[in-house]
Design a protein around this ligand. Structure first.
Ligand code: ATP
Ligand code: HSE
Length: 321
């Protein structure tokens, strides 16, 4: 994650006094990621992640996020779990931000995902969907289909400074998606941001999933489409049909996809590409001064969005209906 909020030693000391996790040996800012502030905390009790929630996280959602991690971990999903303070409460306040300590997961995220990573990921995503099915707290997708037009309205007047014609292309895509967005597909808890940097591997086996701060209730197949975008394109922008076949095939072996879900994949993938284009565009135009953060390129997702607009049939993803 990025480091948006610096923590003074005395504030950290007061915060950690609430916990029973040993003496602090080091607390280092993690530069990766773009959403929240994260520190790697080494204590005499082990390694932990200290997270301070930033702008996009609504405090009212924290019981959902923290409860979901506990729920999934209890059902065998290897994900971070919130560490309870001595008073039994996970959530605290540090440097004016809501803050938690979560368990540290071993592993590395794949810098260049291979076909085998995509297969592992597909199976893990389906497992996550099944494990979350009986989680009792609902959360609407704040970055779901209905949110895209208002989100774009915040950047529309400057969109063409990033790429000529971008505003018109997004407007047109929003209209197409409004007319074709599926409403009646299987839904439940989804991760909604399961990019390679949120999946850890040890010896080519998936060892953990992190970053549940976009998790919400939405279409399961939409989550598959997010992963299709994040895992199955090469760095030069080419779609890798072998990776898509591996990802979706492994998913279907754990949680079958209905004919309706498969048929909807191209429109869902076009939509999820737009979602990441829009959040990246928003951030690209508003990098906070002094933050240790590198904004992600919105145009990568413009190219993916265009690719899906040209997909007529799910077979083009290497998948048999
Ligand atoms: N529980 C954990 N165990 C081990 N490392 C972690 C854990 N949580 C976070 N990290 C480390 O912090 C980095 C950033 O975390 P995370 O992806 O949650 O940040 P983020 O700001 O939400 O990023 P983004 O939303 O851009 O993916 C990870 O790549 C990893 O190095
Ligand atoms: N995974 C997102 C960042 C967090 O939402 C992206 O790559 O744009």
């Amino acid at each position: 994650m990025a480091v948006y909020t610096e923590v003074a030693d005395e504030d950290l000391g007061r915060f950690l006094a609430r916990y029973d996790i040993g003496r602090v040996q080091s607390c280092k800012g993690i530069a990766e990621g773009v959403e929240n502030t994260n520190y790697l905390l080494q204590t005499t009790g082990g390694r932990f992640i200290l997270t301070l929630y930033e702008k996009r996280v609504d405090r009212a959602d924290l019981p959902f996020f923290l409860g979901l991690m506990q729920h999934l971990a209890a059902r065998g999903v290897n994900c971070p779990t919130p560490v309870l303070a001595k008073d039994g409460v996970a959530l605290g306040e540090l440097a004016g931000r809501p803050a938690v300590i979560v368990t540290f997961l071993e592993g590395m995220w794949p810098r260049r995902p291979a076909v085998s990573h995509c297969a592992e990921l597909g199976a893990a995503l389906a497992g996550l969907h099944l494990a979350g099915a009986d989680f009792s707290i609902p959360r609407r997708n704040a970055l779901g289909h209905a949110a895209w037009a208002p989100l774009f309205a915040q950047s529309r007047d400057r969109a063409d400074t990033v790429q000529d014609g971008l505003a018109a292309e997004v407007d047109e895509t929003l209209a197409v998606l409004d007319a074709s967005w599926p409403g009646d597909l299987p839904a439940g808890v989804i991760h909604a941001d399961l990019f390679p940097d949120n999946a850890f591997f040890l010896d080519d086996r998936l060892s953990g999933i992190i970053d549940f701060y976009f998790a919400c209730n939405d279409l399961y197949a939409y989550d598959v489409s997010v992963c299709l975008n994040a895992w199955c394109f090469e760095q030069d922008g080419a779609f890798n049909v072998t990776k898509a076949r591996a990802l979706i095939g492994a998913y279907r072996r754990v949680r079958p996809l209905s004919a309706g879900e498969l048929a909807a994949l191209p429109v869902l993938a076009r939509g999820s590409a737009l979602r990441f284009l829009l959040t990246r565009l928003h951030d690209w135009l508003r990098v906070p001064p002094g933050a240790l953060v590198v904004p992600k390129n919105p145009l990568e997702y413009l190219r993916k969005m265009r690719f899906h607009a040209g997909i007529a049939d799910v077979r083009d993803y290497g998948v048999e209906p």
